[in-house]
Design a protein. Structure first.
Length: 394
C-alpha cells in the first residue's frame, strides 16, 4: 500500500501536460482503471475536457480496436478486443448483457462494432441484435426490407455500423446488396427504429478526400469481374454507385488461389501468396505481398496506392496458412488490414496498417488470445470506445 500511495503522490507532482501525455497513450480500459489509484486521477479522467481531448488524440493517431468473437464448447462465447495502443487483449463484457434477451443455445455471429455498439446476427431467430455496452442494453432490430436473414447472408465489406452522432446512444446500420439487378442501399436508424432503402445511381468523380471520412463506402456483391462500390453521404443525398476496375490488368479482377481481395471503405487490399516449397502434403500457402488499391478520381478505376515493403512482410506477414479471410477499414487517413488465417488447427491474426499522410506501413504484433481449436464467430475493426468512462454505463 505504501508503494501505491507513493506512486499516486508522484503522479500528482507531474506537470498537467506531461500527465495528459502519459494517459493519452493508454487504452480506455486502462484509463478507467486509473480511478482506483487516487481521487485526483479519478476526477481527472472523468472530466469532460479530458474525455474530449482523449478522443481527439485517438482520432488523430489512427489507432483502433480489433474485436474477435469466439465460441466455446458447448454453448458459451466470449468477445475480446485488442487495442494497438496498449498491445494487449481485453475481455469485452457483452455476454452478461445478452443473456437475459437471447435464448440459451442461440447461435450468434458477430458482425460489426462502432463506439459502444456491437452488432450480432442470430442464426436461429434470423434477426439482428445490437448491444450498447455503456447503457448495458440490448435492442432487437426489425427485419430489413429483404426479410429475415441468416448469418451467411451478411457480407462484411458490404455493411457498416456507425455510432451517430459519435458518443451518443443512437446508431445507424447500413448494408449494400444487388437487388433485382440494381445496387441498393439499406439503412436502419435506431432513433426511429425504421428501415429505408434507396437505389444507388451511377456517378463519377467521388467526393474529394479519403474514403472513410464524411462518406460511407460499401462494397456490394461483385457483378462478374466488376467491383460495385456504393457511396452514402453522412447526411442527405441519394446514394451513388461506382464501378472501378483494374485497368490494364484484368487478371486482378477476381479472387484466385494465389490472390485474395479484401474490401473496405472504398479500398481493396490484394494479398498475394505462393505454395510453400516445404509444405508437403499439407499444401500450405505463404503470403508474399500486400498491395493497397484505392478508387481513382473518376471512380472508374482502382489505382495502386502502395505496396507493403519487404521488411514489414518479413516482420509478421509471411506465415503458412491453409485458409484466409480479412477485413479492412480506414480512419483519419490510416488504413488497417487484418488477415485471419488458419493452419494446423490454430488461427493466426496479422495486423498491417498504412498511413496515407506519412506513406508508411506498420506491422502490429497481435499476441495469441487462445486460438487453438477456436470456433471463430466473427471479427470486426472499430474506433476506440466513446463512452466507457467512470460514471457511464453503470
Amino acid at each position: 500500500m505504501d508503494g501505491d500511495r507513493t506512486t499516486a503522490v508522484g503522479f500528482h507532482l507531474l506537470p498537467s501536460e506531461l500527465l495528459h501525455e502519459i494517459l493519452f497513450r493508454l487504452a480506455i480500459p486502462d484509463v478507467v482503471l486509473i480511478r482506483s489509484v487516487s481521487r485526483h486521477l479519478s476526477s481527472l479522467v472523468a472530466g469532460d475536457d479530458f474525455r474530449r481531448l482523449y478522443h481527439l488524440r485517438a482520432a488523430g493517431s489512427g489507432g483502433g480496436w480489433l474485436f474477435v468473437f469466439k465460441k466455446r464448447y458447448p454453448r458459451d462465447a466470449v468477445l475480446r478486443g485488442f487495442n494497438d495502443r496498449s498491445g494487449r487483449w481485453f475481455r469485452i463484457p457483452v455476454a452478461g448483457i445478452l443473456s437475459p434477451a437471447i435464448p440459451p443455445g442461440e447461435d450468434l455471429y458477430f458482425l460489426a462494432a462502432s463506439g459502444d455498439f456491437f452488432l450480432f446476427a442470430s442464426n436461429g431467430r434470423r434477426e439482428l441484435v445490437a448491444v450498447n455496452l455503456a447503457a448495458r442494453s440490448v435492442r432487437r432490430i426489425p427485419a430489413s426490407p429483404l426479410g429475415p436473414r441468416g448469418t451467411a447472408s451478411w457480407r462484411r465489406s458490404g455493411l457498416k455500423l456507425i455510432s451517430d452522432p459519435p458518443g451518443s446512444d443512437q446508431f445507424r446500420f447500413l448494408f449494400a446488396e444487388l437487388h433485382h439487378g440494381s445496387p441498393v442501399l439499406f439503412e436502419y436508424r435506431s432513433d426511429t427504429d425504421t428501415w429505408q432503402s434507396s437505389i444507388a445511381t451511377d456517378h463519377h468523380q467521388p467526393p474529394r478526400g479519403n474514403p472513410g471520412g464524411r462518406s460511407v463506402y460499401l462494397n456490394s456483391v461483385p457483378a462478374g469481374t466488376e467491383s460495385v462500390v456504393i457511396c452514402a453521404a453522412q447526411g442527405s443525398g441519394e446514394p451513388r454507385v461506382f464501378r472501378p476496375r483494374f485497368a490494364g490488368n484484368p487478371a486482378l479482377e477476381l479472387n484466385t488461389g494465389d490472390r485474395l481481395h479484401v474490401y473496405g471503405d472504398g479500398n481493396v487490399a490484394v494479398v498475394r501468396s505462393v505454395v510453400s516449397e516445404d509444405a508437403g502434403r499439407a499444401r500450405a500457402r505463404v503470403v508474399v505481398g500486400v498491395e493497397l488499391w484505392a478508387m481513382g478520381s473518376d471512380g472508374r478505376e482502382w489505382e495502386l496506392a502502395s505496396r507493403a515493403p519487404e521488411q514489414v512482410m518479413e516482420e509478421g506477414a509471411k506465415k503458412p496458412y491453409g485458409a484466409m479471410m480479412g477485413c479492412l477499414a480506414e480512419r483519419e487517413g490510416v488504413v488497417r488490414l487484418i488477415l485471419m488465417s488458419t493452419w494446423k488447427g490454430s488461427w493466426d491474426l496479422t495486423w498491417l496498417s498504412y498511413d496515407r499522410g506519412r506513406m508508411t506501413w506498420r506491422w502490429v504484433a497481435v499476441p495469441d488470445c487462445g486460438t487453438k481449436g477456436l470456433n471463430m464467430a466473427g471479427i470486426a475493426l472499430s474506433s476506440t470506445f466513446s463512452r466507457l468512462w467512470p460514471g457511464h454505463g453503470r
